[in-house]
Design a protein around this ligand. Structure first.
Ligand SMILES: NC(=O)c1ccc[n+]([C@@H]2O[C@H](COP(=O)([O-])OP(=O)(O)OC[C@H]3O[C@@H](n4cnc5c(N)ncnc54)[C@H](O)[C@@H]3O)[C@@H](O)[C@H]2O)c1
Length: 336
């Protein structure tokens, strides 16, 4: 298939491009490079032997999108492009509704007019309410608590209504839990700008000596070791999930919502211990109070992904820690 990958130079997009090319698909990436580097293109080429097509493009640039769809025919779109920092979304909600919602509308509008009917959308577990009971099923109540989560849910709603109105559309929104790790080659990975907010990139930067110590926020949660529990998923498994979604849409129309997680909760302490053991690096850390807004436990129910996509995660927590650290060591300053 010829696939348009928006946001394809970013973290999850770049890994999915590698997987798409390995499966024989031809890809064009469209990205405004606001949170990624063109060096990712060279790295994807080094791993897969093919440099993807690339178009520097903002999703809100409707004439630019028209030009792209006029020039190339696509069988499908994987839509990763968007902004994703929860705290930033609270401080600057318009940035989130503009990039994530307006950008998606401009993309879908142009795609529809050019007859592209297959689409995989990057959604997030942040659409679920804070009080959802884990394992969280796709039919759990949706109640995002910040503009980022709301922007993702709005796009899901838009896609649902587009599918109601157009019988020929085939759409899958994938609700990712906590993507971590990197390609085992160490050539592509997550390159956060500024101080990371998430546990794994933070651990990597403490291990590398770029940050002094890790603070474990909250030790009195009602979890087995008192620290918060999340569902970390290796980015390689996530990329494979996208391939399965694309295959599924070959024979299934309408709107589909599917969780991508491992179905297993891992606590902050478990992750910290695994990282130190697997990589043989000490992580200076201290224990602090709970962070406002954090929940005790979130992990996915993955039965639907198994049933409809025939997909299950293959990579372990040790793989996540090993691959994240390899990427960090090989690229201490990201793609710079
Ligand atoms: N990483 C996570 O923890 C996570 C979890 C759930 C969902 N998601 C979603 O998955 C998608 C990919 O996430 P990621 O972690 O790879 O993030 P990323 O920032 O690494 O990649 C996103 C890419 O989109 C590009 N982009 C942003 N706004 C754009 C715009 N308006 N026009 C064109 N390009 C634009 C960025 O330059 C970047 O290359 C995002 O939509 C994100 O919301 C990510």
């Amino acid at each position: 298939m010829k696939v348009l990958v928006t946001g394809g130079t970013g973290y999850i997009g770049s890994h999915t491009c590698v997987a798409l090319q390995a499966a024989g698909h031809e890809i064009t990436i469209a990205d405004n490079l606001s949170n990624s580097s063109p060096e990712a293109l060279a790295r994807i080429a080094r791993i897969s032997g093919t440099r993807p097509g690339f178009q520097a493009l903002d999703m809100r640039d409707a004439p630019g999108l028209e030009k792209l769809f006029d020039a190339q025919c696509f069988d499908a779109i994987m839509h990763f492009a968007g902004v994703k920092a929860v705290a930033e979304s609270v401080a600057d909600p318009l940035k989130y509704y503009s990039n994530n919602v307006m950008g998606s509308i401009a993309l879908f509008d142009s795609a529809l007019r050019h007859g592209v009917t297959r689409l995989v959308f990057s959604s997030s577990a942040t659409v679920y309410g804070e009080n959802s009971r884990s394992p969280i099923r796709e039919d759990a109540p949706v109640a995002p608590v910040n503009p980022y989560g709301r922007s993702k849910h709005m796009v899901e709603e838009i896609l649902t209504e587009m599918c109601r109105a157009n019988a020929g559309l085939r759409v899958m929104a994938l609700r990712y839990f906590n993507p971590v790790g990197a390609h085992p080659s160490g050539l592509v990975g997550e390159a956060p700008v500024g101080t990371p907010n998430n546990l794994m990139p933070y651990l990597c930067q403490v291990a590398a000596g770029r940050l002094e110590e890790l603070t474990v926020f909250g030790t009195d949660y009602p979890t087995p070791d008192g620290t918060a529990v999340r569902d970390y998923i290796h980015v390689m498994d996530l990329a494979e999930g996208h391939l399965r979604a694309l295959e599924f849409l070959e024979s299934h129309g309408g709107m589909h919502l599917v969780n991508l997680g491992t179905g297993r909760g891992t606590s902050v302490l478990e992750m910290l211990t695994a990282f130190q053991r697997v990589n043989q690096v000490p992580i200076p850390h201290r224990f602090g109070a709970r962070r406002p807004g954090d929940t005790k436990e979130t992990f996915a129910d993955v039965a639907l992904a198994d049933r409809v996509l025939g997909w299950r995660t293959q990579y372990s927590l040790d793989d996540m820690c090993r691959d994240a650290w390899r990427w960090q060591k090989m690229n201490p300053k990201g793609y710079e």
